[in-house]
Design a protein around this ligand. Structure first.
Ligand code: B12
Length: 495
């Protein structure tokens, strides 16, 4: 059958114009999940058209009208951030074909299958891993069979009742590499910065703020299989802007001895990949790890999260400030600290200004002493995490809050997570601005601190809201304020 797969970008209004934002504005790397599904469906004999709207930088389905007219199924993948664009795509499809079956997949529909099937004109959601379910769904539709045997499928029956089929087992480690790689020979040339590849799935941990779908269930491809796949992917490096491969794993460095085996095989096969990956400070301290992987590392992210031990414990991170500092020191000793992005979250729900300042001080300490780059991101209530679930149970957030463009500009949503006063957020931002200026002297070519004033604060509390006398600009003072909740009424969830 003919299937149209759609990859919608994250979009928002910028100066009145709807355009791709965040990393979809710069096309970091192809969305691995949907590219893989396209290849699996083709290998199963289906005709597949991939509408990569991320690469096109648009939500416009017009160029795919002819495909919409003659296809038998549309599949759309979405995270929470790209869900508003996915909704827009669904609307455009329904304008031309009311009856066309639509199947949604990806983390957002997986979490909210019931809500989505009840409120939007789509027939199917595949929850979680779709490699097996999507072909089973196509078979069932082609052969007019019942749908109850399709694993992971949520669907509406003829009476409109929502049925949730059984969940198939998670794909085991040794089977992950049996699925075909995305067909990068069809990747739009020169659009993406890097290629993507997967080496493992899921995470061994269960951090409170993280929205990954697969917690405490890390599954990794054997080193040999991964290196075979890496070699195949590298044949397509000419199609991207930089000769770089982005490993999309939650945590590539989990089980450092596997990574060392991978590096050994890479060397023996004479490959010279430049890799981007996420790692953990604890893993970086494993014997030989940093020394061995340095040569093949383009950039890597270290999930540092907090600059004080109590915060790391509350987050469930399984690290400490000492471990983080030892890792930064080790990177410095091996001359690769400037390739590391230590990523911190500020404004976690339990944090007062004092904790945020501890994290900033610690981050600056790592930058100043070891030359690592630091990312400071304000906490954002994104579904999937334990913290979000807690707020959901208190009915402070709900799934309907993510339906429209710009939800991350929503003051209420921001304030359900971040409890720090807007004036303090301004002061913290201005201090960071100054610190950034200072770092520009030794680091002329690179911004070593990445941060931004949260949009809801910038738009709802312009700087003029607070008089100059009110602020202690530039000082990181030890002040602790009681948590504050703004009294904006909750939007009710549609049922
Ligand atoms: C790689 C990655 C990135 C990369 C690349 C993104 C890209 N273009 O693919 C980069 C670094 C750019 C990135 C950035 C961000 N990311 Co990110 N990212 C990931 C990560 C680690 C892996 C995604 C992946 O490729 N997995 C492997 C594939 C095989 O899995 P998959 O995509 O889920 O696809 C499977 C199923 O979902 C399903 N499926 C997928 N599509 C479809 C379609 C159909 C029709 C069907 C039926 C099924 C289906 O089948 C697939 C195969 O089983 C995930 C964590 C995770 N484990 O999901 C976070 C994650 C998706 N990212 C997240 C976030 C928050 C971000 C950022 C906002 C972070 C930030 N603060 O800046 C940014 C912004 C994103 C942007 N695009 O601008 C969150 C999303 C939470 C949510 N509720 O939506 C996640 C879950 C991380 C987390 N732990 O919280 N990210």
């Amino acid at each position: 059958m003919k299937i149209l797969l759609v990859a919608p970008p994250i979009m928002d209004y910028v100066e009145g114009q709807l355009c791709p934002i965040a990393m979809d504005a710069t096309c970091e790397c192809p969305p691995y999940g949907i590219y893989s599904l396209a290849r699996i469906l083709k290998d199963n004999g289906h005709e597949v058209v991939l509408a990569d709207l991320i690469a096109r930088g648009s939500n416009d389905m017009q160029p795919f009208l002819p495909d919409l007219q003659d296809c038998s199924l549309v599949g759309i993948g979405a995270t929470t951030l790209s869900w508003p664009t996915a909704r827009d795509v669904i609307k455009q499809i329904r304008q031309v074909r009311e009856d066309l079956p639509i199947v949604l997949g990806g983390i957002h529909p997986t979490m909210f299958d019931r809500y989505i099937l009840s409120n939007f004109p789509v027939q199917f959601v595949i929850r979680g891993e779709a490699e097996i379910s999507i072909t089973a769904l196509c078979r069932a539709l082609e052969n007019n069979q019942g749908l109850s045997e399709v694993p992971n499928l949520s669907w509406r029956d003829d009476e409109g009742k929502i049925i949730r089929n059984f969940l198939g087992p998670l794909i085991p480690s040794h089977e992950l590499a049996l699925f075909p790689l995305p067909d990068y020979s069809e990747l739009p040339e020169g659009t993406y910065k890097a290629l993507s590849i997967e080496s493992s799935r899921g995470c061994a941990f269960d951090c409170a703020f993280c929205s990954t779908s697969y917690r405490r269930c890390w599954r990794a491809m054997p080193a040999e299989s991964f290196v075979d796949r890496l070699a195949s992917v590298m044949e397509h490096l000419g199609r991207v802007q930089y000769p770089v491969v982005h490993i999309v794993d939650d945590e590539f460095s989990t089980k450092p001895e596997r990574v060392l085996a991978i590096v050994d095989l890479i060397r023996r096969r004479g490959l010279a990949p430049q890799l981007v990956y996420d790692s953990r400070a604890t893993d970086l301290l494993a014997d030989g790890f940093v020394a061995d992987i340095a040569e093949f590392t383009h950039r890597f992210l270290v999930g540092a999260e907090c600059g004080y031990d109590e915060g790391l414990q509350r987050a469930g991170k399984g690290t400490s400030c000492r471990i983080l500092e030892n890792a930064a020191r080790k990177l410095y000793q091996h001359g690769i600290s400037e390739r590391a992005d230590f990523s911190f979250i500020i404004g976690l729900p339990w944090e007062t200004r004092a904790e945020v300042e501890k994290t900033i001080r610690f981050a600056m300490h790592l930058l100043g002493n070891y030359g690592v780059r630091v990312l400071l991101q304000w906490y954002c209530e994104i579904p999937g995490s334990r913290l979000w679930q807690e707020e959901r149970e208190k009915q402070l957030v709900n799934e309907a809050m993510y339906d429209d463009y710009g939800f991350f500009r929503d003051l209420y949503l921001f304030r359900t997570g971040v409890q720090i006063e807007p004036r303090d957020i301004w002061e913290i931002t201005e201090t960071l601005d100054k610190l950034l200026l200072v770092t520009k002297v030794p680091y002329r070519h690179e911004e070593m601190i990445e941060f931004a004033l949260p949009d809801p604060i910038g738009s709802c509390f312009p700087r003029q809201t607070f008089s100059e006398n009110d602020t202690g600009l530039g000082s990181l003072r030890e002040v602790s304020r009681p948590p504050l909740r703004v009294g904006i009424p909750l939007r009710r969830i549609a049922t």
